[in-house]
Design a protein. Structure first.
Length: 65
């Protein structure tokens, strides 16, 4: 009977520890933040270049918008 209580308490403690660790979030450092900003800027620049290319293509084909 005592072994069951010990095993149950150990399992509960391990479960609580795992849940606590899963709840922790990593804090991103300055390099990761800068990388995300660079990725976002590159994405926006790519979209603008694509739009400009479409406008040039339309102008060459004689389409006006």
């Amino acid at each position: 009977m005592m072994k069951i209580k010990i095993h149950t308490a150990t399992a509960l403690a391990a479960s609580a520890l795992i849940l606590a660790l899963l709840g922790c979030q990593k804090h991103e450092g300055p390099a990761e933040s800068a990388g995300k900003e660079i990725d976002k800027a590159a994405q926006q620049a790519g979209e603008k270049i694509e739009k400009a290319g479409d406008k040039i293509k339309d102008a060459v084909n004689g389409d006006k918008k």
